[in-house]
Design a protein around this ligand. Structure first.
Ligand code: N01
Length: 546
């Protein structure tokens, strides 16, 4: 197959373009999209703001960052050679190992030659007359391409709290998602961690090991459950490798592509003893089993969810010595699993250490950051280091940070002001030849599984276009409206949709993100893929080809 260029497109008026496709981001999505498009003979340029590949796993190098999905379920599945070559060292590998993996992928498939690093995309504007995208970098460089593919991640726009005085602090400080490569020396120091989501929990566990004094500022606690990580022995790895086909098949069948399968039983269909025994087993088990492999009604039935929450609350009480601290760590505003469950390794025991103090921002809000620390409504705290584990402008935030304009100059940010609207999470009406990998309303969960699917779906669509000489495609308003209705319908009845979290589009640190919306597709991944497969099998009739 040859590259698409202006001449092939047959429009005559289109000037020579720099590339057939520009991909924004060199994380797992961007790397795989590059691999697949290059395989088709397309001229591709990947624009990456970091200095290396890895995306999430490049930026989130904070202490303790590691997988919450089983390592072997998270790697790429498309290359047998890669599967044969790479050994995972831990059931839930840490960031350094994951970054090494991403670099191996880049080297093995010679991806770097088409990736431009330190290239921050500022805008992407569709040219109505020419039918191409002009992608501009922060340094003013511009490239024109027929296709523009975003591979910019769901959780890649870090957000800082709106505290006064953040820049006044004299010591080192940073957001977990922007941790410096050279690291921050916190051993023996007085450290503050603000935020107790999945990042905060991982960072707190690690920093508490060597910090002189660690003070955790918690607003709302989360329900955290044990990860039960351990090294993978050589024999285990051999077994895992031999079982890869079955493992990836299992991931294709489960609701969110994890290796954990929802238990078909209802919470009240078993006796109390059976229920408790099952939950004990899940609590002693690995990873997300307790969230993804629980009773089928745990996330929709209020009473079932309350019982499960009580079970985990008891565990917290058993693990934390001081009953007042234990109580502070038990969520009161949401039930188990209705926000993303942080996975922990001796997280609760950290609060038994003499060098660790928990401050509730609900009782004692932060008033400002001072040159020497943090001022709350109750007192001034002195610190040497401040860590902001304050999360991300999730799902649409990374799009909002780029000035993306479609036909007639319409801004994507404006179009999505009331919540994102997409077709299968990949396309938006009015934005021709723009494709999103892991865009809003696409299936998520164990993301690499969904990434591979999305990338291949986009590859097949572009291939369909090149084979038929179709230069442009976009989603129709009708198909977007239909998908949106489907996504909203799938969200009905889920307890998580009654809770403020990034999964419901809330980020109090970001203007305009204070109202709950459905930003997440919450149907199952198999159902998602069936819908997308149907679109392709139907000759993409849901789309408009221009
Ligand atoms: O972010 P979060 P995260 N004042 O939004 C607090 C993925 N992930 O980076 O809950 C005071 O969950 C905020 O408090 P509250 C995973 O999908 C994956 O931890 O809003 N506090 C909360 O405690 C995860 O869900 C992995 O009351 C403020 C924290 O900061 C997602 O990333 C590892 C505040 C933010 O928690 C995001 O996790 C890590 C303020 N102004 C993350 N603003 C793995 O798979 C925010 N907070 C391994």
């Amino acid at each position: 197959m040859t590259a698409i260029n202006a001449a092939d497109a047959g429009t005559g008026e289109i000037p020579d373009l720099d590339f057939d496709a520009i991909v924004i981001g060199a994380g797992m999505s961007g790397m795989y999209q590059l691999y697949r498009l290059r395989e088709m003979g397309l001229r591709v340029r990947v624009l990456e703001s970091g200095t290396q590949v890895g995306g999430t796993w490049y930026w989130n190098r904070y202490p303790g960052a590691r997988f919450d999905s089983e390592s072997y379920s998270y790697g790429f599945s498309f290359s047998q050679e890669l599967l044969d070559e790479w050994d995972w060292n831990e059931h839930f590998s840490g960031q350094p190992e994951i970054e090494r993996y991403c670099n191996l992928v880049a080297d093995k498939f010679d991806l770097r030659r088409d990736i431009q690093f330190s290239a921050r995309v500022a805008s992407a504007v569709y040219d109505d007359d020419g039918g191409f995208w002009t992608v501009s970098l922060a340094d003013g460089t511009q490239y024109r391409a027929r296709f523009m593919i975003t591979a910019i991640g769901l959780l890649s726009a870090p957000t800082m709290p709106r505290f006064e005085g953040i820049n006044d602090f004299q010591g080192p400080w940073c957001h977990t998602g922007l941790w410096p490569k050279e690291g921050i020396d916190y051993a023996g120091k007085r450290v503050a961690v603000i935020g107790t989501g999945a990042s905060g929990v991982q960072a707190i566990q690690e920093i508490s090991k060597t910090a002189g004094q660690l003070t955790v500022f918690q607003r709302r606690p989360n329900w955290c459950t044990p990860l039960h990580n351990r090294p993978i022995t050589k024999d285990e790895m051999a077994e895992i490798r031999a079982g890869y086909p079955e493992l990836f098949q299992l991931c294709r069948e489960t609701a969110a592509c994890f290796i954990h399968t929802v238990d078909p039983r209802g919470t009240f269909e078993v006796t109390e003893e059976e229920r408790t025994a099952f939950w004990e087993e899940l609590y002693a088990g690995q990873g997300f089993g307790i969230w993804q492999g629980n009773f089928r009604d745990m996330l929709v039935d209020r009473e079932a969810n309350r019982l499960m929450s009580d079970f985990v609350a008891d565990k917290i009480r058993q693990r934390v010595n001081d009953p007042k601290v234990a109580d502070m760590l038990i969520p009161k505003d949401h039930g188990f699993g209705t926000r993303r469950v942080p996975q922990e390794t001796r997280y609760y025991e950290v609060y038994n250490q003499p060098n660790v103090k928990l401050v509730s921002m609900l009782e004692e809000p932060i008033e400002r950051i001072t040159p020497t620390g943090v001022r709350t409504s109750a007192q001034d705290y002195e610190f040497d280091v401040i860590v902001y584990a304050t999360g991300f402008d999730a799902v649409t935030g990374s799009f909002d940070r780029i000035d993306i304009r479609g036909t007639g100059g319409q801004r994507l940010k404006d179009k999505w002001a009331g919540g994102p609207q997409t077709f299968v999470g990949v396309m938006v009406d009015g934005f021709p030849n723009m494709f999103m990998i892991m865009g809003p309303h696409a299936a998520l969960g164990n993301n690499p599984r969904s990434i591979e699917y999305n990338v291949e779906w986009v590859r097949d669509l572009i291939s369909h276009m090149t084979q038929r000489g179709l230069p442009f495609t976009e989603a129709t308003p009708e198909s977007v409206a239909e998908w949106n209705a489907f996504v909203h319908q799938k969200a009905e009845g889920l307890l998580s949709n009654e809770i403020d979290s990034w999964m419901t589009g809330i980020n109090l640190n970001v203007e305009g993100k204070q109202t709950r919306t459905v930003v997440r597709y919450s149907g199952t991944a198999p159902e998602y893929r069936a819908k997308c497969d149907e679109v392709a099998a139907d000759g993409y009739q849901a789309l408009r080809f221009l």
